[in-house]
Design a protein around this ligand. Structure first.
Ligand code: G6P
Length: 488
């Protein structure tokens, strides 16, 4: 961080860093989202007084909460500024819902949902990327800012910025997986996307595996020079370092942890709120309502557990928090209906009218509520079919300062590589997942403690500051190298 002090930093992301909400009385409330990204990047912005460029959340068909183009942040302070870009309904539809979420999202996740590629969506995606790239250039006060580009919404932007600001240091972080060359190759605009991303100075993924897939994809479809030893791609005379930076969470401070109610208290509250019969064991899942999260497979595993182990009937409750997400898309609506049907089926088979087995809570829960839920649970299930990293498993571990509770974790989440002390499963294998759930529910406290202590020390050490710190240290190193070579 300090290595970049004095340099200009510009962040580009689709979502705004703060949520501005209008209350019923018309007043404005500003909330900080429970996202690690803001936590990690904000200290850098404060040190460098930069600009954060994002899509104004009141764009399109949603009523704007306020319409200021420039907003000082953090709220009440004036350390850096938010620059909002407003999109029309058609632009939002084509760029965000269409190409990003019906095209790139399923393309990169390979969760057996077909990507949809529409020419019109692609055009909006390209135009919106250009709009954001122009804003980067317009906001830049120096010829060599550090530009932090977030995620699959902006694959084309790095090369667009590079054309106008050849001396910028562009760090692009791809928060979702990168598939193998065959899978990626079905995208009609694969070449444009790869060329766009290679405008970056550094291209970050969560795991080495995703870096390797990306490098192989470039090797297959572009005439680029690849230096495997340094993980560098040279294309069009420019170098891109392809590196893994596993994202994480902010580890709770001792002050924050002291404020938490005890796990026993969290449990009592949960049992009262949901009317769970005393003596039940509880497993939880916390996700956006998204088909990549393996919620259906998880429910099938719960059902299988109750078939195989009748001793858990009337002794087990599964709580699934599913925050509504991208509900304007048909695929997401259909997925939600499938989950609701499976929930009804399992409750019909194994629940009692006053004590359903599966509790589906399809609302947004804030960070504090989720932490209490984690503390109340015996087991946390993360069964993504594919996930760049997944932070739910890291948050669960951070919440358990009592060193109790068991994590069941999909081998297809990036986090599985860092968290082998979890019960790691293949979520497509219902039997294996049901067995892991049974093992979790019967695990002796000493073993829980051993596994949890080890998981906690990993997540504590590899926290989100390290994620940002490593990336920025690499950027500082490359900037220095550029300055030295300029002098020669
Ligand atoms: C994933 C993406 C993020 C995105 C988040 C929520 O984690 O990597 O870029 O912000 O999902 O999705 P949404 O479409 O609501 O922004």
């Amino acid at each position: 961080r300090t290595q970049l002090r004095g340099d200009e930093v510009i962040v580009v992301s689709n979502r705004e860093p703060y949520i501005h909400e209008k209350q019923q009385d018309g007043s404005l409330v500003v909330r900080r989202p429970a996202s690690g990204l803001v936590t990690a990047v904000e200290p850098v912005m404060r040190a460098c007084s930069g600009t954060w460029i994002a899509h104004g959340s009141g764009s399109g068909d949603r009523a704007a909460v306020d319409r200021h183009d420039h907003v000082p942040l953090p709220p009440g302070e004036d350390e850096y500024q938010l620059r909002r870009l407003w999109l029309t309904e058609e632009q939002e539809q084509g760029y965000y819902y269409g190409f990003a979420n019906e095209g790139l999202w399923p393309l990169c996740h390979v969760a057996h949902v077909r990507p949809v590629f529409r020419e019109q969506d692609w055009e909006h995606y390209r135009n919106v990327n250009q709009l954001f790239a122009d804003a980067v250039v317009a906001e830049a006060r120096s010829e060599d800012p550090v530009v932090l580009v977030q995620d699959y919404h902006f694959a084309l932007l790095p090369a667009m910025v590079r054309r106008k600001l050849p001396r910028a240091t562009i760090l692009t972080f791809w928060h979702i997986p990168w598939p193998n060359p065959e899978s990626f190759g079905i995208c009609p605009w694969r070449r444009e996307i790869l060329e766009g991303m290679l405008g970056s100075t550094i291209l970050g993924f969560h795991t080495r595996y995703h870096c390797k897939n990306f490098i192989e994809t470039v090797d297959r479809y572009l005439e680029a020079r690849i230096e495997h030893e340094h993980s560098t791609i040279t294309y069009g005379g420019e170098d891109t370092l392809v590196e893994s930076y596993p994202i994480s969470i902010e580890w709770p401070s001792p002050e924050e942890a002291r404020e938490w109610p005890s796990p026993g208290q969290c449990r009592t509250e949960l049992f009262e709120r949901l009317n769970i019969p005393a003596g039940h064991r509880v497993a939880v899942g916390v996700d956006r309502f998204d088909y990549t999260k393996g919620i259906l497979e998880r429910l099938n595993a719960v059902e299988r557990l109750l078939e195989k182990h009748p001793e858990w009937r009337d002794r087990f409750t599964f709580v699934q928090v599913a925050a509504p997400s991208r509900g304007a898309l048909e695929e997401y609506r259909a997925f939600r209906e499938r989950i609701e049907r499976a929930t009804a089926r399992i409750n019909e088979r194994f629940g009692r009218p006053d004590a359903p087995v599966v509790r589906l809570l399809a609302q947004h829960h804030d960070h504090d509520q989720v932490m209490r839920l984690y503390r109340a649970a015996d087991v946390c299930m993360v069964t993504s079919l594919h996930d760049g990293m997944n932070l739910v498993c890291k948050e669960f571990v951070a919440a358990r300062d009592d060193e109790r509770g068991v994590l069941v974790l999909s081998r297809f989440a990036g986090a599985a590589r860092e968290m082998p002390e979890a019960l790691v499963v293949n979520p497509y294998h219902v039997e294996e997942t049901a067995d892991a759930l049974h093992q979790a529910l019967t695990m002796p406290p000493a073993e829980q403690r051993e596994r949890m202590a080890s998981l906690r020390s990993t997540v504590h050490e590899y926290n989100v500051y390290r994620w940002a710190g490593r990336m920025l240290a690499d950027a500082a190193r490359l900037r220095l190298r550029q300055r030295v070579s300029d002098r020669v």
